[in-house]
Ligand binder design. Sequence first.
Ligand SMILES: N[C@@H](CCC(=O)N[C@@H](CS)C(=O)NCC(=O)O)C(=O)O
Length: 197
Amino acid sequence: MVVKVYGTAYASPKRVLACLIEKGIEFEAVPVDLIKGEHRSPEYLKLQPFGALPVIQDGDYTLYESRAIIRYYAEKYKSQGTDLLGKSIEERGLVEQWLEVEAQNFHPHIYNLTLHILFASALGFPPDEKVIKESEEKLGKVLDVYEERLSKSKYLAGDFFSLADLSHLPFTQYLVGPINKEYMIRSRKHVSAWGSD
Ligand SMILES: N[C@@H](CCC(=O)N[C@@H](CS)C(=O)NCC(=O)O)C(=O)O
């Protein structure tokens, strides 16, 4: 069964794609154009009632929220492809801790940078320079914590690549690419080594 992934041009759906690729799961990309408002169409809202991307359809099974989806596939196919959950319950605890850090501490600031630097004009509102400045500062403080953590282990949850690292990939690509703030990664030795791994 090929997994359908909706909205793969955007970062949150790419989190799901990264997981499916690591697990060696076949998928089909279903385009949804945010700029045209296709995520608010009645058909799409039947799949994701909050109008956010992504959604997956796996046969009769529909699931939304990108981090719920990656947890689902990492668990369902634990022994296929890269193990992304750790080998013990303690390692799993750390994977979950850093997944939460990504969602609660890292994501809000990088999301604001993405929205205001990359998408504001296309979505029809002016970029807010105050939000950009504050988000950059707050993200810097989060990355200082990462720098300390990554001076002690190769990856966030330990010396193994996990869902916690994977979950950072798509928005970090925006940061070092089109957002043009690669210095935030490069100026931190251990974060930089983690990012180039
Ligand atoms: N918590 C959701 C958030 C997803 C999210 O913010 N998706 C963005 C695209 S990267 C989106 O759909 N934005 C449109 C909107 O919220 O109106 C998840 O991780 O699936």
